[in-house]
Design a binder for this molecule. Structure first.
Ligand code: SAH
Ligand code: SF4
Ligand code: F3S
Length: 445
């Protein structure tokens, strides 16, 4: 009998990819995805614990499923992802109506856990970390579906231990996938119709460094760029300390590499950067930005910034504002520092008042909003290349795609354009997307 599951995903692209894997695996044991939990046989949350608020949301969301379970006790409720990894058994103890938890290394065991609960054979728990060899064999093989653009995971885990960050504890040690396997997967995806690939990892710039005989990330990019039929290439996320000159220069030489880089700076003060254990200083970061702009003059940068790290003074914060203004980011994701138990920074004295932190946060947001508005508004009237990804959600005869800067553009056009690079004139600029008109199709075929 066909069964159904509801799955909600929080957090970063790692979780998005993991959720795609979950959908595949559950499909193999007869579960089909539905978009409402009310009548599902199984509900799952794929969770994020990067900030306290994200973690609390998990508990809030689980509470929503309780009344459904009260009505239908046979409903199976499960939690996966980073909160599950961190909490493990404790989650089962805290939440009596929870049936299973599975961590970031154990997604492949989900079908077995679900079947165990179906048999009433106890609650499921798989949150141990796996060894390197096992993990290397478990990199998900992707299928294209009908997508134009796909993430390809090239590494997992993180060894950087930025002092505020929980990720190294919930994703485990860094491993890089063999380059042959990555290249084969990209070729397969392209053969199935994919036109854009985003290479994915917590810190892609350190790809291969710890694997004997493996190629560098810059070399991997060059090889992916050479794959026939691929139109565009992106990667995320970059750690500034490992952004080599060789890699920067790829932005000037690789034809398919999009002119956008997400380069999280976190802060503009050397003192705080040291306390964060980031491994670079403000001047190093700015020098890399200068080189990026030199080799690729129309590159646009985005970043992440943390406000209110323990001990941040007004003058530290002023340095962050100054750096943000100097770089001129197209977008910035700004976060209030959130204390994560188990990280090094959790031990630091955090004397700053919440109200003061909030004020700094608002000042940064205001500055960035102005930068973003100026940059995106400058596109008004320009003719830009857009890779068409699908029909717009509104369903009013519009399709959408992205510019090289990863900016969404909606415009009137037929579904035949999906998968094509077309020229579009920007006619309106909104906060998070643009509106355009199609100039010519097939112009880049
Ligand atoms: N590997 C990625 C980041 C993953 S987490 C990288 O290094 O770029 C995404 C962002 O969340 C981080 O860049 C950081 O800005 C933010 N973040 C991580 N831990 C945080 C914390 N404890 N409090 C506030 N923001 C945090
Ligand atoms: Fe966290 Fe730093 Fe690793 Fe990014 S590089 S995931 S911020 S520890
Ligand atoms: Fe969150 Fe885990 Fe990603 S903590 S940011 S989902 S790696």
């Amino acid at each position: 009998m066909q069964k159904s599951f509801f799955l909600e995903t929080f957090g970063c692209q790692m979780n998005v990819v993991d959720s795609e894997r979950i959908v595949d695996l559950l499909g193999q044991i007869g579960y089909q995805r539905v978009d409402q939990p009310d009548h599902a046989d199984l509900v799952l949350l794929n969770t994020c614990s990067v900030r306290d608020k994200a973690e609390r949301r998990v508990y809030g969301h689980l509470g929503r499923f309780k009344p459904i379970k009260d009505r239908r006790p046979e409903l199976i409720i499960g939690v996966g992802g980073c909160v599950a990894q961190q909490e493990g058994e404790r989650m089962l103890e805290k939440i009596p109506y929870l049936d299973l938890v599975f961590g970031t290394h154990n997604i492949h065991r989900l079908p077995e856990l679900v079947q165990q609960v179906e048999r009433r054979d106890g609650r499921g728990n798989a949150t141990d970390f796996l060894d390197r060899e096992t993990r290397l064999n478990l990199f998900p093989q992707r299928t294209a579906g009908d997508s134009v653009t796909r993430f390809v995971t090239i590494m997992q885990g993180c060894d950087n231990f930025c002092s505020y960050c929980i990720v190294p504890y919930v994703r485990g040690r860094e491993i890089s996938r063999p380059s042959d396997e990555i290249l084969q997967e990209v070729r397969d995806l392209v053969a199935q119709g994919v036109r854009e690939i985003t290479l994915l990892g917590q810190n892609v710039n350190s790809y291969g460094l710890k694997e004997e005989g493996e190629i560098s990330f810059a070399e991997l990019l060059r090889r992916v760029d050479g794959i026939d039929g691929l139109e565009r290439l992106r990667f995320t996320t970059s750690h500034p300390k490992d952004l080599s000159d060789e890699l920067i220069d790829c932005f000037g030489t690789l034809e398919k590499l999009c002119h956008h880089i997400h380069l999280p700076v976190q802060c503009g003060s050397d003192r705080i950067l040291d306390a964060m254990n980031r491994g670079y200083h403000r001047a190093d970061y700015l020098a890399k930005v200068t080189r990026l702009k030199r080799v690729c003059p129309d590159i646009r940068l985005t970043t992440d910034v943390i406000v209110g790290f323990p001990g941040e003074t007004e003058s530290d914060f002023a340095e962050t504002l100054d750096l943000v203004a100097q770089v001129g980011y197209a977008d910035a994701f700004t976060f209030l520092y959130s204390k994560r138990t188990g990280t090094a920074a959790a031990e630091l004295d955090d004397g700053l008042q919440a109200a003061e932190k909030q004020k700094r946060f608002d000042r940064l947001l205001e500055l960035q909003q102005k930068n973003s508005d100026d940059i995106w508004r400058s596109d008004l009237g320009r003719e830009l290349e857009v890779l068409v990804e699908g029909e717009s959600k509104q369903g009013d005869g519009q399709v959408f795609g992205r510019t090289t800067w990863n900016r969404i553009v909606n415009f009137t056009g037929s579904a035949d354009l999906i998968g094509q690079l077309v020229k579009v004139r920007i006619t309106k600029v909104f906060r998070n997307s643009n509106l355009g008109e199609l100039l010519e199709a097939n112009s880049y075929q």
